[in-house]
Design a protein around this ligand. Sequence first.
Ligand SMILES: Nc1ncnc2c1ncn2[C@@H]1O[C@H](COP(=O)(O)OP(=O)(O)OP(=O)(O)O)[C@@H](O)[C@H]1O
Length: 253
Amino acid sequence: MTALATDTALRIDGVSRVFGAGAGQVHALDGIHLDVRPGEFVCLLGASGCGKSTLLSLVAGLDRPTVGTVDTGGRRVGMMFQDSALLPWLTAGGNVEVPLKLRRVPKATRRARVDELLGMVRLAGQGDRRPHELSGGMRQRVSLARAFAQEADILCMDEPFGALDAMTRDLLHDELERIWRETGVTVLFVTHDVREAVRLGDRIVLLSSRPGRVAEIFDVAMDRPRRIDEHQVSELASVVTARLRQEVARHGH
Ligand SMILES: Nc1ncnc2c1ncn2[C@@H]1O[C@H](COP(=O)(O)OP(=O)(O)OP(=O)(O)O)[C@@H](O)[C@H]1O
């Protein structure tokens, strides 16, 4: 454990990430500073290729910064991706069980925990079905249950609902928000969808085009639950979109 203040779950301090060397060098991130509070829901927005996924990998410890530090104070970090990435030879329940097995949770407790997690994403009784028997939305629910089975303190979500239709996505926003409130997990959520960021985030961090820098941070001071089609959400989404356009134009993309 490092000495992070108790009101900080994650500190990203002067982080830059450069890939490769010489002429082919890519400056993915440049001088990122961000402090995230415990239990906060932070959305990361930015043009394609601005380094959002790179930043999540750094937070998850899958990659290291070229310069700067990422400090989670020893908290456990979990990941969820756009593609549900379920193991096709396992049932829905078997997939949710994987992180529990990896953490050596005893078999007797695993079964009950899997049922609880499937219930949490409203898939009670569906645990014996295989991924190919499930709809895209159901697969992403299984993936959500599996993400929460990691019992992470910080959950990094990389466009988890990007491939879903609007109605399914809307339902999953409700589920995620409910589970987030129940568990108190800290969420770092990457999206391309400005309205989704306003629907879910306590704060929206807008990254500039490559190299990714923090261009602006928006506080979303709106009561929850929000509806993605409500007036206030659209209003803030327009402001954020205008700022995003500015960033993209400034970098000539
Ligand atoms: N392992 C790597 N080696 C070389 N370049 C990389 C590597 N990973 C990422 N990059 C480059 O770093 C930049 C940022 O990539 P990243 O995937 O983080 O962006 P992103 O904002 O998540 O993109 P998108 O919104 O399109 O998913 C891109 O130019 C990408 O090509």
